[in-house]
Design a protein around this ligand. Structure first.
Ligand code: GRF
Length: 266
């Protein structure tokens, strides 16, 4: 890895996490710089934040791609290197009994969009890809082309809940509706599942009976803006390792999971 971490980012919306990362790079709280910012949404206001900071941007309009594929799949070419069976054998997003037509449609339409993302990303050298409010699930087709070093994942995400609780797109809403007394956010590496990758860092905040969904979101985002730069800096300092945690359970079975070990600062 270089002295300066080259960071690629994908966003979908307002990009306040992206802004926190841009600011942390400028203030040297991250020894890194942004190489590019991509979006699935042409109207993402975060794109303007990137442009203002002089960072190259691109858009892959997922909604239009998916619509075209659904209406006339015969007119759309799948990427040459896309192997549906290989993707299906790796994916953990859908149960194997889930309608195969729907599952296939999902992975084929996403591969078209992901091939375009990869094409846009290709000219840039990057050490780490951060998902900063990127509201699309990335599939094994894409991730295998990003996570090329088996020992060190290259894609990170921030999630608005204390994982493994409340995976999915509405972490703060789920936290509020469940009546949790603590809320929080999690930064994790991205694997083939939904918000299921090894956890790098978490921050929590108390929830009182005066809190509303709005105040929960506000408290959570404030912590996200601290947590994400801190986790990216750990990556820049090469202090993150994936280790296998294995334990024998009471029933004699073995539980195994890849977890993140944070090395001490040297
Ligand atoms: C954040 O809450 C993030 O955790 C979630 O989407 C939101 C994005 O906010 N994945 P922003 O675009 O960074 O402002």
């Amino acid at each position: 890895m270089n002295d300066i971490l080259r960071i690629g980012a994908l966003i979908s919306g307002s990009g306040t996490n992206l802004q926190a990362i841009i600011d942390a790079c400028a203030e040297r709280r991250i020894d890194g710089e942004l190489a590019f910012v991509g979006s699935d949404n042409p109207n993402a206001t975060g794109l303007a934040r990137a442009a203002k900071a002089g960072i190259a941007t691109f858009t892959v309009d997922y909604a239009t791609i998916i619509k075209h594929y659904k209406t006339a799949p015969e007119l759309v070419l799948l990427p040459e290197d896309f192997d549906l069976n290989a993707v299906l054998s790796k994916q953990t997003l859908f149960a194997s009994n889930f309608s195969s037509i729907k599952t296939n449609l999902f992975f084929m339409s996403r591969a078209i969009a992901e091939a375009q993302l990869l094409q846009h990303m290709r000219p840039y050298e990057y050490d780490l890809l951060v998902l900063a409010g990127f509201m699309r699930t990335l599939t094994p087709y894409f991730l295998d082309q990003v996570n090329t070093d088996p020992d060190l994942p290259r894609a990170m995400n921030i999630h608005p809940a204390l994982l493994p609780a409340f995976r999915g797109s509405d972490g703060y809403g789920d936290t509020y509706r469940y009546g949790c007394k603590l809320g929080g956010c999690t930064v994790h590496f991205v694997d083939y599942g939904e918000d299921s990758g090894p956890i790098i860092g978490q921050k929590a905040f108390p929830i009182s009976s005066e809190d509303t969904l709005e105040t929960i979101k506000k408290k959570g985002l404030k912590l996200e803006w601290e947590l994400y730069p801190e986790c990216i800096q750990l990556y820049a300092q090469d202090r993150l390792r994936i280790v296998e945690r294995e334990q024998t359970l009471k029933n004699g079975k073995t539980a195994k999971r890849a977890v993140v070990q944070i090395l001490r600062k040297t």
